[in-house]
Design a binder for this molecule. Structure first.
Ligand SMILES: [Zn+2]
Length: 86
């Protein structure tokens, strides 16, 4: 389920940090986005799906891992494990 642990807004720079620990290994992950994107993400995680995740975090700005972090919370390594069936 789409979620995050913590969001830190930096209105002075217009950026936000989104933190989430991997549910499998506990690795701490973070992505930096604009405060606007952070608001959209918050709505997204509250199931107020105004936008698709790929519209909030566009491919040209974010990696699939960063999107995965919001959607499943899995880090790169655990995502690979899950996809390869361990
Ligand atoms: Zn992990």
């Amino acid at each position: 389920m789409a979620s995050f642990d913590r969001m830190v807004m930096h209105p002075n720079t217009g950026t936000a940090e989104v933190h989430r620990a991997c549910p499998m290994c506990g690795k701490k992950q973070m992505l930096v986005c604009s405060t606007e994107q952070a608001q959209d993400l918050r709505d997204y995680c509250d199931n107020k799906h105004k936008k698709l995740i790929q519209d909030i975090l566009p491919e040209n700005m974010f990696t699939p891992t960063e999107r995965e972090m919001i959607q499943t919370g899995l880090c790169d390594e655990c995502y690979d494990k899950v996809c390869s069936g361990f």
